[in-house]
Design a binder for this molecule. Sequence first.
Ligand code: MEV
Length: 306
Amino acid sequence: METGYGFGKTILFGEHFVVYGLPAIASAISNKTIAEIDSADEFTFIDERPETPGYKVKKKDEIQRQLGALKNHFKKDNVRIKLSGDLACASGVGASAALAASIARAYNQHLKLNLTDEEINDVAFLAECAGSGKASGIDNTCSVYGGFIIFEKNLPGGKNIMEKIPVDKPINIVMASSGITQTTKEVVDDVRRLKEKNPEKFGEIFIQYRSVFDEAVNALEAGDNVRLGQLMDANQKLLTEMTLSCHEIDEIISLAKDAGALGAKLTGTGRGGTVIALTPDASIQDDVLAAIQDSGYKAVKTSVGT
Ligand code: MEV
């Protein structure tokens, strides 16, 4: 039996903006999906990943398309694949990219292909696109490489731009699930329609985002987490103007901020999914976790930049 892993991810700045060629900042989180692969008489898939209730049912077709793409790519379907790990599947944590990266790594071991990380990333991207339509590539890039990255989609096609941001210390965060699973393609398509209807409004929002992004890179490099938190709040405000927030996201953000988070925002697709809250130390991380859980939401402590 061979194994492979794929990190979960969180987007700190720039979900949706990245679709239009603006840069984003993302990071792997320490939680990951593990794929085990074995030869078998016929294709068997066992999914033991923890999940937000309903996630796997809602994503059933998407998962099947991803598996189909991976089997086709590696030209071997008489295998048994089992997924597990400590990444709880939910919208916004890069679960589908972690599936793709972990299985691509497992196949690579199983077939003794000696693929580089870049090649693994290409396969994971292919599986992401098969699963959810036109993906930007940000999720699989985090899932394969780990650490903080600046990611910029190459709109005309060709390789996306990816640059590692060296950060001295991992940053504590809390990730909370709104309990709502969204389909990324549907939300991305809807935002595109809104943008086409309101080009001036979106143009203005994009300009504001660009300066939030530039300041965020400086804050990360300087280790200024207080400023980073303020900029996450500013990014959330712009996402709200783009109709990407919802009651549950707003409630989780308020709970986190009241308990001492430096900043909080939705991460990933939005209109549900996951919220990330930046916490200055382990004690406030515990307070934020407790405040969110006491209100009935599922949440975990994790870190970015590890
Ligand atoms: C989803 O995690 C992030 C989006 O920007 C879509 C994408 O980049 O593919 C909403």
